[in-house]
Design a protein around this ligand. Structure first.
Ligand code: NAD
Ligand code: SER
Length: 309
C-alpha cells in the first residue's frame, strides 16, 4: 500500500531535495508538500499553509490520510536571531502542532531535524559527544534543545515514533540555504563559478561541522527506514560529515579556479558560529543505525563545482 507522506517546509533547502529524493524512489509514496511558498515541485500535491494554523493542518492530515511526516518548516539560526518572536512560534508551536496531530491521526513515523546549534560555548569543541552539555546561546539553539525534549516527551508519553538527527551545515547544489550561519559554504560556490570576489561573513579560521546534502538526505532515509527498536536516542542523534573553515574551502576551490578571490567581513553570525562545535562525535548513530558519511571536503567541492557549472 502506498504511504501518504507529508513534508512541511517543502520549499526549503532540505525540503526541495527530500521531495525529489522520493520521486527518485519510483513514486513509491504519495508526497504531499506544505509550505508558505510554492516550490517548483509541480509533480507533487502542494498546500500553501502556515505551520501555525492548527485547523488547516488538521484538515490536511484528515483529508490526505497522512501516515508519515517530515517536519522541516522552521527558522534557521541567523534568520531566527533577526526575528526572535516569529522564530520561537514557528520552531516551537509549529513542532507542537505537528506532534499533537501526529498523535491524533496515529502517524506511524515522524522525522524532525535538530542541529549542532544545540551546543553552546561551554561544550567541548572537538569531537563533541552525543551527551555533551546543551546550553546554547542562540534563540535557534534554544528552540532546538527544547524541540528535542518535546520529541522525547511525545515518544515516552504517547509512543509517537519520532526520529531525529542533529544536522551540521548542509551543502548542496539543488537548493539554496534559507538563513543559516553555514550558508556561506553554499554561497561561495556561486561567486567562484562567476569568478566574483566572495565576501565571507565568517572569519577565515572558523572551523565548523559540515555535510554534503546527499549524505543528509541519505541520513533521513536511513534513520526513517530502520527498525524502531534500533533507535535508542529519542532526542536527536549527533551525525558527522567533515569539518572545514572558510580558508580551507577557499583553498580547495582555488585548485579548480585559480583566479578566485575572497575577503572576510565577519558579522553577527560570527558569534553564533564560535559558540558551535568544530567537529562532532557520531559514535551512537554509527552503532545504532550504521550511519556513515561519504563526502570529504575535496569531494564536496568537486561535486558542487561540477554541478553548478
Ligand atoms: P529553509 O529555511 O531552507 O526552509 C524552511 C522552509 O520552511 C522554507 O521553505 C519556509 O518557507 C518554510 N516555513 C517557514 N516558516 C513557515 C511557516 N510558518 N509555515 C510553513 N512553512 C514555513 O530550512 P532548511 O535548511 O531546509 O531546514 C529544514 C530543517 O532542518 C529546519 O528544522 C532546520 O533547523 C534544520 N537544519 C537545517 C540545516 C541546514 O544547514 N540547512 C542544519 C541543521 C538543521
Ligand atoms: N546550518 C544551520 C544554520 O546555520 C545549522 O543548524 O542555521
Amino acid at each position: 500500500m502506498k504511504k501518504n507522506i507529508l513534508i512541511t517546509g517543502s520549499n526549503g533547502q532540505i525540503g526541495k531535495e527530500l521531495t525529489e529524493s522520493f520521486k527518485e524512489k519510483n513514486n513509491a509514496s504519495n508526497i504531499i508538500c506544505l509550505d508558505l511558498i510554492k516550490g517548483k515541485q509541480n509533480h507533487f500535491k502542494f498546500y500553501k499553509c502556515n505551520i501555525l494554523d492548527y485547523e488547516k493542518l488538521n484538515s490536511i492530515f484528515k483529508k490526505e490520510k497522512i501516515n508519515e511526516v517530515y517536519h522541516l518548516a522552521a527558522y534557521l539560526s541567523a534568520k531566527a536571531e533577526n526575528n526572535m518572536n516569529l522564530a520561537w512560534k514557528v520552531n516551537m508551536d509549529g513542532l507542537q502542532n505537528i506532534l499533537e496531530l501526529s498523535v491524533k491521526y496515529n502517524i506511524k513515523k515522524v522525522f524532525w531535524p535538530s542541529s549542532i546549534a544545540v551546543f553552546g560555548e561551554d561544550a567541548t569543541k572537538t569531537k563533541t559527544k552525543q551527551n555533551e552539555k546543551t546550553n546554547p546561546n542562540s534563540i535557534y539553539g534554544i528552540t532546538k534543545v527544547l524541540g528535542e525534549r518535546l520529541c522525547e516527551f511525545f515518544f515516552k508519553n504517547y509512543k509517537l515514533d519520532i526520529r531525529s538527527v542533529r544536522f551540521p551545515g548542509l551543502i548542496g547544489h539543488k537548493s539554496m540555504p534559507g538563513g543559516g550561519t553555514t550558508d556561506y559554504a553554499v554561497d561561495i560556490f556561486y561567486s567562484a563559478v562567476k569568478k566574483e570576489k566572495f565576501s565571507c561573513f565568517l572569519k577565515e579560521n572558523t572551523l565548523l561541522p559540515m555535510m554534503h546534502m546527499d549524505d543528509s538526505i541519505r541520513a533521513i532515509h536511513e534513520i526513517m527506514n530502520c527498525e524502531s527498536k534500533q533507535i535508542k536516542i529519542r532526542t536527536s542523534y549527533n551525525i558527522s560529515g567533515c569539518s572545514f573553515n572558510p580558508k580551507n574551502i577557499f583553498d580547495e576551490i582555488k585548485k579548480y579556479i585559480n583566479e578566485f578571490k575572497i575577503t572576510y567581513k565577519p558579522d553577527f553570525r560570527q558569534n553564533l558560529a564560535e559558540s558551535w562545535p568544530n567537529s562532532i562525535d557520531d559514535t551512537e548513530a554509527k552503532k545504532d543505525w550504521n550511519w556513515k558519511s561519504n563526502y570529504k571536503i575535496s569531494e564536496i567541492v568537486k561535486s558542487m563545482l561540477e554541478n553548478i557549472k
